[in-house]
Design a binder for this molecule. Structure first.
Ligand code: UD1
Length: 434
């Protein structure tokens, strides 16, 4: 196993390019099998969740070529009616998008129940409700979701909760159903819009993605396309917050500033300078930041996937902040790790009360999930001394080249084998080689 070693204390500075959006890529890769021709997908991030989903797609007979680190060619014409299941598929959340894609195209899907980060109950009742409304019969069998339909037909579906995954899954299946589907109370996240644009580029008829009512008029076939995935809002936000936590000066490039608004607004509010251009944001934090309150909400609200990162930042800000988790029940598991670094955070139900401290100190830390893991790296970069971060397989699910990107900004971070000698790891870190 491997872990990160981080020497804290350097303000991050310079420019960092953001990779393609993991959550958009998961949906788009799954949807690509709905075409009978070769689909080209560009700007796919090279992270482990993507590799697992691609393996799952291949395992049921899709022909996958990978001519470049960030480009996939996928042809789903020869897909066989096989269950989508292996130990890894069960670990990633995005595997459930195979249900919508297979059901839409073949009117039958058999997919292992999804895993993903353990941040709450994460039910899939809204997905099932949507598939049933489209005419599918759904049963759960040996840990698999089995969905079958003679024919799928359009339906008027009102979502009881705003769910990114259910909106995406229903949109995929409805794209190849007979007639018109209306999804009300739909999720508006950038990756919902990106999937709608991708499906549209294959010939699907979708209107309203990005609003809370999406209309889908089903078509019989989807055709080839060449599509570039949007930049990752959460990766970008993580670097913005890391810049702020280390009192740095960082320009985040290859982003869509509109997607960053709730994040940029909070950073301005607590005292950072933010400068936006067409596809970049510069963030400068020259002094100690101020406390604030924040509640996570569906887009365009403040993202739950940035909740641990903002808590780490507010932990260093002056005054008392309140962070309320509005989406998942169990997303404060990183707080014990922060306490080891000297943070003053008390959790009461879905609220964290944070009394800002002057500084964190380095510690041995265990990432409890993907985004909290990235937040702990941020804390380590801002801390005095050396930290070790374990369980980095969580972090590698969603951050491409994390140590390299941090080092390019002047941070000191290396990935080492658990058994590596400290002196060797430190020497490599100081020499900035891996
Ligand atoms: C997606 C993202 C995840 C992000 C989350 C919220 C992917 C692969 N993952 O997860 O990174 O944190 O959106 O932005 O894109 N719910 C139900 N019933 C359902 C579905 C969801 O009650 O059938 C609830 C969930 O428990 C949660 C809320 O709805 O409380 C939002 O979940 P949802 O938007 O579906 O999250 P995911 O799609 O799992």
């Amino acid at each position: 196993m491997e872990h990160y070693i981080v020497q804290g204390g350097n303000p991050l500075s310079g420019e960092v390019e953001i990779s393609g959006a993991k959550n958009a890529a998961l949906a788009i890769l799954a949807a690509s099998i709905m075409a009978d021709e070769t689909v080209i997908i560009e700007n796919v991030p090279d992270v482990s969740d993507i590799r697992v989903l691609v393996e799952a797609i291949q395992s049921i007979g899709a022909v996958v070529e990978h001519p470049d680190r960030h480009i996939y060619h996928i042809n789903g014409a020869l897909i066989r009616d096989l269950p989508v299941d292996n130990e890894l598929v069960r670990r990633i959340r995005g595997s459930y998008y195979m249900i919508g894609a297979l059901l839409g195209k073949y009117k039958r899907a058999q997919v292992a129940l999804p895993g993903g980060c353990a941040i709450g109950l994460r039910p899939i009742d809204q997905h099932i409700k949507g598939f049933r409304a489209l005419g599918a019969k759904i049963r759960l069998e040996n840990g698999m979701v089995v969905a079958e339909a003679e024919n799928l037909h359009g339906a008027h579906i009102y979502m009881d909760v705003v769910s990114v995954g259910a909106t995406i899954n229903i949109m995929m299946a409805a794209s190849m159903a007979r007639g018109t589907t209306i999804i009300e109370n739909a999720a508006k996240e950038p990756h919902v819009v990106d999937l709608a644009n991708f499906l549209g580029s294959m010939g699907a008829k979708i209107k309203g993605a990005g609003t809370d009512v999406i209309r889908i008029h089903g078509v019989e076939h989807l055709h080839k396309t060449d599509y570039v995935i949007i930049p990752d809002q959460i990766e970008a936000g993580t670097y913005m917050f890391a810049a702020a936590a280390t009192r740095g000066d960082v320009t985040i490039t290859n982003i869509i500033p509109k997607h960053m608004e709730s994040i940029s607004a909070k950073l301005s509010e607590i005292g950072c300078e933010i400068k936006e251009s067409d596809d970049a944001i510069r963030i400068v934090a020259s002094r100690r930041l101020q406390a604030t309150n924040v509640k996570t909400l569906p887009y365009p609200g403040f993202p739950t996937d940035m909740q641990p990162q903002i808590a780490v930042l507010l932990g260093l800000s002056s005054g008392t902040s309140i962070v309320t988790e509005g989406i998942f029940e169990n997303r404060f598991k990183y707080v014990d790790e922060m306490t080891k670094m000297g943070a003053h955070i008390t959790v009461e139900s879905s609220t964290a009360i944070i009394d800002g401290v002057q500084s964190y100190s380095g510690a041995s830390l265990y990432a409890p999930d993907l985004r909290a893991g990235a937040a702990l790296v941020m804390a380590a970069l801002a801390a005095n001394g050396i930290s070790r971060i374990y369980n980095i397989h969580y972090i590698e699910r969603g951050y491409e080249d994390f140590p390299d990107k941090i080092r390019s900004l002047g941070g000191e971070m290396v990935k080492v084998n658990d058994g590596a000698e400290d002196s060797d790891a430190m020497r490599r870190m100081m020499l900035k080689v891996i």
